[in-house]
Design a protein around this ligand. Structure first.
Ligand code: ADP
Ligand code: MG
Length: 281
């Protein structure tokens, strides 16, 4: 459904040329929940902006349902990290969630239904009239998620959406995402720098190298579909998957700056070498 082929993005500044993303290729199946994990500064947000049609790639392409993405495609919703800046301070919760539906020119009754359902789904059925500044960070991010969900996207992109909320809220929001994904059968690309979060949430984890960025490994997360914060995180399989991802990211950091094909052997061990499409036993 979503195809990213040979994506490269170079920021050409007056003084500096930054190759944020070198060569990214991956695809998402319809209805899949994939997490993309990589160190800070490796180009995750750059990739997301290219996928969302907000930024033109230097080379390579993004296709959604076979069509090249050259501007924000209909049917795609994005939740950014900075919820503080993504909600309109002068609009209450209801109006914030309704706004994109107005732009879809949807009848009022249908809009109301979608806004009510989305706010109920994120546990904010009682907060319609509140303003963003009256809400905690976690609640504001729920509003941003509700807005994305009400839009009924076929693809939901999330860029480190929980990076700024406390641990308990974060755990709740992670479960909320899996819940919504189960209910809505939407395709989700979830970007994070948090390894545990990626393994806990995803059916698949795409591990990115450091900048200039390539997909270092695609890992199938063979944990049961029913996940919960206590049992899943205590599952030995969870531990071994997170350890594997951690090692890959450490290896990626050591190899920073060298393209994958030319990456030097990591001293003293063969098995930490990046290896495409490898699923650990
Ligand atoms: P991440 O989201 O993984 O932290 P980003 O995509 O934000 O990474 O950034 C990747 C690299 O590109 C970084 O080195 C960053 O400084 C650089 N970068 C991001 N945006 C711009 C920009 N608009 N102009 C120049 N360089 C940028
Ligand atoms: Mg980012």
């Amino acid at each position: 459904m979503l195809d990213v082929r040979g994506l490269q993005k170079v920021y050409e500044g007056r003084e500096r040329r930054v190759e944020a993303v070198r060569d990214l290729t991956f695809s998402l199946e319809a209805g899949e929940l994939a997490c993309l994990v990589g160190p800070s500064g490796c180009g995750k947000t750059t990739l997301l902006k290219c996928v969302a049609g907000l930024l033109a790639p230097t080379s390579g392409e993004v296709r959604l349902n076979g069509r090249p993405v050259d501007g924000p495609p209909p049917g795609m919703a994005v939740v950014f990290q900075e919820y503080g800046r993504s909600l309109f301070a002068w609009m209450n919760v209801y109006d914030n969630v309704e706004l994109p539906l107005r732009q879809k020119r949807m009848p009022k009754a249908r809009r109301r239904e979608l806004v009510h359902d989305a706010l109920a789904a994120v546990g904010l059925a009682d907060a319609h009239r509140a303003y963003p500044w009256q809400l905690s960070g976690g609640m504001q991010q729920r509003v941003a998620i509700a807005r994305a969900v009400a839009y009924e996207p076929s693809v939901l992109l999330m860029d480190e959406p929980f990076a700024a909320v406390d641990a308990q809220t974060r755990a709740d929001l992670e479960d909320l995402i899996r819940d919504l994904w189960h209910k809505l059968r939407v395709t989700v690309l979830f970007i994070t720098h948090d390894i545990d979060e990626a393994v806990y949430l995803g059916q698949r984890v795409l591990i990115l190298s450091s900048s200039p960025t390539v997909v270092q490994e695609q890992l199938t997360i063979d944990l049961p579909d029913e996940r919960d914060q206590l049992t899943t995180r205590a599952d030995p399989r969870f531990t071994s998957l997170r350890t594997h991802v951690y090692e890959q990211i450490q290896a990626a950091k050591r190899n920073a700056g060298t393209p994958q094909e030319e990456a030097p052997e990591v001293a003293g061990s063969d098995d930490t070498r990046p290896d495409l499409d490898r699923t650990p036993a």
